[in-house]
Design a protein around this ligand. Structure first.
Ligand code: SF4
Ligand code: SF4
Ligand code: FES
Length: 253
């Protein structure tokens, strides 16, 4: 029999400082509440929050659906930085973890925010859909698309609308009409699409002001926090090139 000793590490005792506030309750005051938990291997913030809710306080509000960085529901500030709770491991954080709701979006309660209303408003502001060149023909042959172009469009489609880039953007925090990185990404996605009927001049009208591409100051806070690592830098460069081209064209005419 082996005489080798098996040593088990004592789990860390994690301390969660969680923002609490219920805007629907007139007696509720914004504050941070502390909860403690023993860390488990591969514990994510999503698992930790569920344990706190199940074992310590069933009134704690936070959102999740997919648990795999797909639905975009669980964005929150983790030690001041926008992140997804479901793909953030506690082992990558210190023993004290401060959790707060994403700014910019309407607070529902505690860590839960309404990103849906903001994203719907942004989509309406930028016309985030295909404007067809001709009525849809169910029996027509499929239109072919260049593979590189299809890939570039797909990259824009990967956005899960988590809101991390909006919460991490200084401009979006002070200008509620700024479409933010998610909005600029969506515009670039539809501008590239050859099935869309809008001309560069049409797009110029939509995005060439301080609420669109020229409102962005380019410090790339959004790029650093996007959990899907979207090519936001490339999207801005594309939009700026297009918009400057359209502006020069307008000057010439
Ligand atoms: S580059 Fe800066 S200003 Fe522009 S969308 Fe990103 S975070 Fe906002
Ligand atoms: S661009 Fe990235 S950070 Fe912004 S909403 Fe989409 S997935 Fe989230
Ligand atoms: S629970 Fe869906 S992205 Fe985190």
């Amino acid at each position: 029999m082996s005489t080798e000793m098996i040593t088990l590490e004592t789990p860390r005792r994690l301390r969660f400082e969680i923002f609490r506030f219920n805007p629907e309750d007139p007696s509720s005051e914004p504050h941070h509440q502390t909860f403690e938990l023993d860390e488990q291997p591969f514990m994510t913030l999503y698992i930790a929050l569920n344990r706190i809710r199940e074992e310590q306080d069933p009134s704690l509000q936070f959102d999740f659906a997919c648990r795999s960085a797909i639905c975009g529901s669980c964005g929150m500030l983790v030690n001041g930085r926008p992140r997804l709770a479901c793909n953030t491991l506690t082992r990558d954080l210190g023993e004290t973890i401060r959790l707060e709701p994403l700014p910019v979006f309407k607070l529902i309660g505690d860590l839960s925010v309404d990103t849906g209303t903001w994203f719907r408003g942004m989509a309406e502001q930028v016309g985030g859909w295909i404007e067809e060149k001709a009525p849809f023909q169910a029996h027509a042959e499929e239109e072919r698309m260049d593979a590189d172009l299809a890939q570039a469009i797909y990259e824009g489609e990967r956005c899960i609308e988590c809101g991390c880039c909006i919460a991490g953007c200084g401009v979006a925090n002070v200008n509620p009409d700024f479409v933010g990185a998610a909005g600029l990404n969506r515009i670039a996605r539809f501008m590239r699409d050859p099935r869309d009927a809008r001309s560069e001049d049409d797009w110029f009208e939509v995005v060439s002001d301080e609420n669109g591409v020229f409102g962005c100051i380019g410090l790339m806070g959004c790029h650093d926090v996007c959990p899907k690592e979207l090519p936001l830098l490339e999207q801005y460069a594309y939009l700026r090139r297009k918009m400057l081209g359209a502006a020069r064209e307008e000057e010439r005419t």
